[in-house]
Design a protein around this ligand. Structure first.
Ligand SMILES: Cc1cc2nc3c(=O)[nH]c(=O)nc-3n(C[C@H](O)[C@H](O)[C@H](O)COP(=O)(O)OP(=O)(O)OC[C@H]3O[C@@H](n4cnc5c(N)ncnc54)[C@H](O)[C@@H]3O)c2cc1C
Length: 432
């Protein structure tokens, strides 16, 4: 069947098998080189293998829970964990910007949230992972094991994650006390991030269409609200299911170009700036605004779209981000939503974050965007940055291998006999 990641590019003919048990996974591993797939929320080709793509969403049982410690199968979605445990006062320690990711996908990409500067990536809440290796044997990989460090951020290339134990965060309410700050340049935005490092959650939406000096941004800070923050009649741990708005197939391409893009960004900023200040918002709107739109990935039409996400070290971030924004503005094409986050310290052998800043942008999939993204690669490398594999669909091997960790990762895979069993379209393209 034709299969793609969330960006709908590339779209590849894959043989897909659904695993419902450990026995199914073992049979698949014995039969063919494969890649495990979670809920397909990685943007590019990380969870695609033409030969065999093993759909893990059939293994979605929660196995035990005590005092915030959950053991669950890899195919469980973060959203299901939230709907089950938030009414009891527990929330994921780290969450990406969509709740439709599987536990296995969150571990394999070692996802980050808006609290990386304080809490690190998903690995900080993982106690152990049951991993099936190339011979079908299952190893419980704990934080002391080297394989743990390769698996968290290893993009499914160290084996198939069957189940894991994670720790959830105790919360008193299902609401977030949010503060919005409206800022008018990249410099002001970075200063505001540095001034608010004690805020549990922080993220900025930044307008890249006009260059760094006009880089209007909305910085959203958040913390879990206490019952005292809520209106009197509000039940503290109420968890509602939001209705989803359908998205029409394909917005007109001109919306993603020049003046239109600037206009859209301007409207978004002015609306946000009017509402600047303190508010109480529910968990779903705060963490997962895009999840309210069903299939919003169809917005970019049949050709799909590409994400560019890099991380830049603290020392070079201000210059590097300014150069990226100038290049994007000059190209007159670009991202409707550009997201900036502050990263803190990071452990692990191959995870994406590093202390500094990360910028994520999306572009319609076309020749013009691909050419622009090559220029953004070069700027990132010149500023000693790195790239997020969960968002990648098109990087050349040389760009990824500029990060010495990629060579070490490939060497480890060869040494452990993983290369012949676990491979994705992405790992083949990048020589991992
Ligand atoms: C709207 C949106 C917002 C996002 N925001 C963020 C964000 O803020 N931060 C962030 O870090 N990421 C973010 N992402 C990316 C997303 O969190 C990751 O791509 C995540 O890995 C997707 O999980 P999945 O279950 O859909 O996995 P898939 O997309 O199916 O697979 C992703 C990777 O995980 C591997 N994998 C999946 N299951 C297993 C398993 N059982 N065993 C071994 N390997 C496995 C796959 O091989 C692949 O390499 C966002 C994505 C979207 C669509």
């Amino acid at each position: 069947m034709k299969l793609s990641g969330w960006g709908r590019f590339p779209n590849v003919d894959c043989t897909v098998r659904v695993a419902r048990s450990e026995v199914d996974v073992r049979a698949a591993v014995a039969a063919s080189p494969l890649i495990a797939r979670g809920n397909g929320r990685a943007y590019g080709d990380a969870a695609l293998n033409r030969g065999l793509t093993l759909d893990m969403t059939g293994m979605d049982r929660m196995l035990s829970f005590e005092d915030g410690v959950l053991v669950a199968e890899a195919g469980v979605l973060l959203g299901d964990i939230i709907h089950t445990f938030l009414p009891r006062g527990w929330f994921p320690m780290v969450t990406p910007g969509t709740k439709y990711v599987s536990l296995g996908g969150a571990i394999a990409a070692d996802v980050h949230g808006k609290n990386h500067h304080l809490d690190g990536s998903f690995r900080s809440c993982v106690d152990w992972v049951d991993l099936m290796g190339p011979d079908g044997a299952v190893t419980r990989v704990t934080r002391e094991d080297d394989l743990f460090d390769w698996t968290l951020g290893g993009m499914g290339l160290t084996g198939v994650i069957l189940r894991a134990q994670i720790r959830l965060r105790a919360v008193e309410t299902s609401f977030i006390a949010q503060e919005t700050r409206a800022l008018t340049s990249l410099t002001d935005t970075l200063e505001a991030f540095e001034d608010t490092l004690d805020a549990l959650y922080s993220v900025a939406w930044i307008d890249c269409s006009d260059g760094p000096h006009h880089g209007h941004s909305l910085l959203l800070l958040g913390r879990h609200a206490t019952p005292g923050d809520l209106p009197k009649r509000q039940k503290p741990l109420e968890v509602k299911r939001r209705a989803k708005l359908p998205v029409p197939f394909g917005a007109p391409p001109f919306l993603f170009r020049g003046l239109w893009l600037r206009a859209l960004n301007g409207i978004y900023w002015r609306r946000g700036a009017k509402r600047a200040g303190h508010t109480i918002v529910d968990w779903d709107s705060y963490f997962y605004p895009l999840d309210a739109l069903a299939n919003w990935n169809r917005l970019y039409g049949r050709n799909g779209f590409l994400q560019f996400q890099c991380a830049l070290p603290l020392e070079t971030a201000a210059d590097g981000l300014a150069a990226l924004m100038a290049e994007i503005a000059a190209s007159q094409s670009g991202s409707v939503l550009s997201v900036l986050k502050r990263f803190g310290p990071q452990s692990g052998h191959f995870s994406f974050p590093m202390p500094g800043y990360t910028l994520a942008l999306d572009f319609p999939a076309n020749e013009r965007s691909l050419a622009l993204m090559e220029r953004l690669d070069a700027i990132t490398l010149a500023h000693k940055g790195r790239f997020y594999l969960a968002k990648d669909a098109r990087m050349p091997e040389a760009v990824v291998k500029a990060d010495a960790r990629a060579e070490a990762f490939a060497a480890m895979r060869t040494q452990m006999g993983l290369r012949d069993r676990f491979a994705s379209e992405q790992s083949e393209r990048l020589g991992l």
